[in-house]
Design a protein around this ligand. Structure first.
Ligand SMILES: [Zn+2]
Length: 295
């Protein structure tokens, strides 16, 4: 009887070890699941994670992230994720509502360490820090550090991916500086005044019909204010964004007697085939469009 019991326990122990090993193996083969609030952070996370993580995002390309209406599948995506990367500085106004219903999820603010600019003439922080390439290096470092903490086995890979990508970002930064040299005191006028960080870094004055999409009004007063600025400062052309209704800037361009010199990317990367599918490509597109339109 004693022997039988001992055998039984040995069998039980063996079974337990086998199950535990199986579980362990499965886990080490499983990719990390990363979800980000919008497409630009997803591109950065994908660069750092390489094959070690599956990266998804919530706000569809072409929609703006400030006043996004979450859909039921978003709750599932975030609940299933190991980590949820957000921009912060008030960009994701819908965040609280979302995480109320997703249970425990690890939320990381990837702009951590960046000094925010104030929203022009208003209370609060301007969230568009990613439009300055130097800030994006901070985003990438935060993502790298978080991935290493979650998946120590991948540390070397994350370090190498981040270092290679930061090199590309530094090149992009230098390229932008040299491209914009031909412009003298240039100004960017768009619907949402999203280029403040970009303007500070690369020497542009920046104007919008409104300051933030979530404060969007497009009143006749706001439109005529921008028209006056364009005429007073002899701004030669204006731009439209891929994520904002173009009719406001069409009215502005008409009233000010200037052309719309192209479409730029602020709050999302471009769709497949647009030539702006990544953060680096969208920045190259923006800079080329500004230089062509304003020189
Ligand atoms: Zn925006």
């Amino acid at each position: 009887m004693k022997k039988k019991l001992a055998l039984f326990f040995t069998a039980l122990l063996t079974a337990f070890v086998v199950v535990a090993c199986g579980g362990e193996e499965e886990r080490s083969n499983e990719q990390l699941k990363v979800v980000t609030s919008f497409s630009i952070i997803a591109d950065l996370a994908g660069e750092v994670a390489g094959d070690r993580a599956e990266v998804d995002y919530l706000v569809p390309i072409g929609e703006e992230p400030h006043e996004y209406e979450t859909v039921p599948s978003d709750f599932q995506k975030v609940s299933d994720a190991d980590v949820f990367y957000v921009n912060g500085f008030g960009l994701e106004e819908w965040l609280e509502r979302l995480v109320e219903n997703t249970g425990d999820v690890s939320i990381v603010t990837v702009s951590d360490g960046i000094t925010p600019l104030p929203i022009a003439g208003e209370e609060g922080e301007d969230p568009h820090a990613w439009l300055d390439v130097m800030n994006v290096i901070t985003y990438v470092e935060n993502i790298r550090d978080d991935l290493i903490e979650r998946d120590l086995e991948g540390a070397e890979e994350y370090e190498a991916n981040a270092a290679a990508y930061i090199n590309e970002l530094e090149e992009l930064h230098l390229w932008i500086q040299s491209e914009v040299e031909v412009l003298e005191n240039p100004s960017i006028a768009v619907s949402e005044n999203a280029f403040q960080y970009f303007g500070e870094q690369y020497g542009f004055n920046t104007y919008g019909v409104w300051e933030l999409n979530s404060h969007e009004e497009g009143t006749p007063g706001q439109i005529s204010r921008l028209v006056d600025i364009i005429q007073d400062e002899n701004i030669p052309a204006v731009f439209v964004e891929t994520t904002v209704d173009k009719r406001y800037m069409e009215t502005v361009a008409n009233d000010a007697g200037v052309d719309i010199a192209g479409e730029v990317y602020t709050d999302a990367v471009g769709l497949d085939g647009s030539g702006a599918e990544t953060y680096i490509k969208m920045m190259e597109h923006n800079v080329t469009t500004f230089v062509e339109g304003l020189k």
